[in-house]
Design a protein around this ligand. Structure first.
Ligand code: ADE
Length: 243
């Protein structure tokens, strides 16, 4: 069975969206992965099909109801009991390449997309759900976050990327940012490509790239240097990020 994604959302029309083009779209058409959306509103029981209510304790906005969400989650758990259920929320565990890799190596994912002020916390306690955040900023809903997560997973599935990129060589796998890239023309707006990259001396090139990866990581992401130390090797240049 192919890697399968089930997305629980109030806006199924947002999918596949960007996942329908380029690498992910081709892989979807080829059956390397599958995508199903579930309309959360279908699990409402009142005549207004309401999925949210006012926050207990007062305050702005609305909160997604635990009972409605639980019915949707239970159906997806019944259909794909082996797939982990994630909830996209800025209160979640930060998504990183290690989690992406773990999810891509499994059978697929079921993803609950939050809207409004969030979900009733009791749902997250009562069901095996992993809350996941894609960064310290607030989106208008979990759908864009789910698309980012799925894109990161799908590109790692066997047969999606060319042979050029074998996962272990990519950014973050080494604990560092990747070194910078250059291509023709040699001179552009008075700026030239670093001479070492034209030398053909692979050892010197590798050393230069390692130094640049370290320097850029130190200046842009000191948190990564702290976490992983300076000794790691940078990824080689052939890690492919686009088609
Ligand atoms: N929903 C709203 N903001 C989010 C974020 N930063 N990550 C995941 N889901 C979200």
């Amino acid at each position: 069975m192919s890697w399968s994604a089930h997305v629980l959302t109030l806006y199924p029309e947002m999918f596949p969206g960007p996942l329908g083009v380029s690498l992910a779209g081709r892989a979807l058409a080829e059956g390397i992965w599958s995508l199903d959306t579930v309309q959360i509103r279908d699990f409402a029981t009142d005549k207004h099909r309401s999925v949210d209510d006012t926050p207990a304790g007062g305050g702005a906005g609305m909160v997604m109801r635990a009972d409605v969400l639980a019915r949707a989650v239970d159906q997806v758990l019944e259909r794909r009991p082996e797939a982990p259920v994630l909830a996209m929320t800025p209160r979640g565990r930060p998504l990183d390449q290690a989690l992406v890799r773990e999810l891509a190596a499994g059978p697929g994912v079921s993803i609950l997309c939050g809207r409004f002020e969030g979900m009733d916390e009791r749902l997250l306690e009562a069901r095996p759900i992993l809350p996941v955040s894609i960064g310290d900023y607030v989106l208008s809903g979990g759908e864009v976050a789910a698309i980012a997560l799925l894109d990161a997973c799908v590109r790692l599935l066997p047969g999606v990327m060319g042979a050029a990129s074998s996962g272990e060589e990519e950014s973050f796998e080494t604990g560092l940012l990747e070194y910078p890239h250059y291509t023709r023309p040699y001179e552009w707006e008075g700026r030239t490509i670093p001479e070492v990259l034209r030398s053909g001396d692979h050892a010197r090139i590798a050393a230069w790239r390692h130094e640049r990866a370290l320097a850029d990581t130190r200046s842009r992401r000191p948190d990564l240097v702290e976490r992983h130390g300076d000794a790691r090797r940078p990824p080689p240049s052939d890690a492919r990020r686009e088609d």
